[in-house]
Design a protein around this ligand. Structure first.
Ligand code: FNR
Length: 183
């Protein structure tokens, strides 16, 4: 059976990030031939085009993580109705130098959780816009806009009972999306 490695990009550096917990918990809903690896974006320098010819080791590592994956999962917070700067910084780094866009062609899913009632809808929409430009085939449906409430996770950190069927259905579609795009 083919194996699929998914690079997971969490759009929050917060220690107790709900999105990081969500990224960890939703990975448990995937079949055994899928593995999920959260990539580090917290140690990237601020993007500076002057460095394109000599990218930092952390940038090279990020690009290698993406290149070695068969798909991407973005799990993002919403900051001021858009993508957190740390996520945009990572996206910009791996898109360069010009002509060496590491994201291109990697099939992706986008989900997110926030404490606000629109559950990262605007952040995700902005992210989709960026990914379209970067030639990332991004699964459109179902959308996952999670407002964090008690019970989202159980005591062990797994997806709570109330959200499990919905997120399992999302994962099943995501798995199909990744398999289809890896021909
Ligand atoms: C927020 N938060 C937030 N929530 C939201 O639903 N829409 C928004 O536009 C914003 N804007 C925003 C800006 C900044 C600078 C911060 C720090 C926070 C609240 C946000 O949803 C909450 O902090 C989440 O816990 C962030 O996700 P993580 O870090 O838990 O993954």
């Amino acid at each position: 059976m083919a194996q699929y490695k998914i690079a997971v990009i969490v759009g929050s550096l917060r220690r107790d990030s709900f999105n990081r917990k969500l990224a960890t918990a939703i990975a448990e809903l995937a079949p055994p031939n899928f593995s999920f690896h959260q990539v580090e974006i917290g140690d990237l320098p601020l993007y500076n085009q002057d460095d394109d010819g000599d990218q930092a080791p952390s940038v090279k590592r990020l690009k290698a993580d993406i290149a070695g994956s068969q798909g991407l999962l973005f799990v993002t917070a919403e900051y001021n109705r858009s993508i957190p700067g740390v996520l945009k910084n990572a996206i910009d780094h791996a898109s360069r130098p010009y002509g060496q866009n590491a994201w291109a062609g990697k099939p992706a899913g986008v989900i997110g959780a926030s404490i606000g009632s629109i559950g990262t809808a605007l952040s995700q929409q902005h992210l989709r816009n960026v990914l379209a430009y970067l030639d990332v085939p991004t699964m459109a449906q179902p959308e996952v806009f999670i407002q964090v409430k008690d019970g989202l996770f159980d005591d062990a950190g797994h997806i709570g009972e109330g959200s499990r069927a919905f997120l399992q259905a999302w994962m099943d579609r995501f798995v199909d999306w990744i398999v289809r795009h890896n021909g």
